[in-house]
Design a protein. Structure first.
Length: 173
């Protein structure tokens, strides 16, 4: 069974200034797009690199999530450190994920070029950074979904299926 980790990175949500909407938006996409049940682990952390790194390590190494999706902290502001935390914990980077998500987002918003989201692997976990704006979550996941199932298999995770609502995944013949 696929295990999903969701990490919302937000000072304001972590302190209760507002309710996290991005983490639930990720859960909603996976609920609609996966063709089978999955388990989920959720973390809400402030924009602090050591805390983001700790959450990613825990979800990859202890919880053994196959996919970890972060939301927030990918912009150019000084406290936006999610990409740095992701790079620090990953064994291998997958720059094509960030490139594809930005290319897709640029079709609808000019400021997408400011996004620094990235992706990589840590052991058997695929880690993907998404922007913090709930409206951008499905758009960015749609841009990379085709590669995600095969990537998870290549790093030792389970083969999982997509529902008819999801973009068609790539698998070699």
């Amino acid at each position: 069974m696929l295990s999903l980790g969701i990490v919302t990175v937000s000072d304001r949500a972590a302190t209760g200034v507002y309710v996290d909407q991005s983490g639930p938006a990720i859960r909603d996409v996976f609920t609609r797009w996966l063709g089978e049940p999955f388990t989920e682990a959720y973390r809400l952390v402030p924009d602090e690199q050591p805390l983001i790194e700790a959450a990613l390590r825990e979800l990859a190494d202890e919880v053994r999530c196959h996919i970890i999706v972060t939301t927030g902290g990918t912009g150019p502001a000084p406290r936006d450190v999610t990409p740095e935390a992701t790079v620090a914990v990953c064994d291998r980077l997958l720059p094509g994920f960030g490139e594809q998500m930005r290319a897709e987002s640029l079709k609808s918003v000019a400021t997408a070029i400011l996004s620094r989201q990235t992706a990589g692997t840590r052991g058997g976990a695929l880690i993907i950074n998404l922007p913090g704006k709930p409206a951008a979550i499905e758009e960015c996941l749609r841009a990379v979904w085709g590669a995600m199932p095969y990537c998870v298999e290549l790093i030792g995770g389970p083969r999982f299926t997509s529902s008819s609502a999801a973009p068609r995944p790539y698998r070699p013949a």
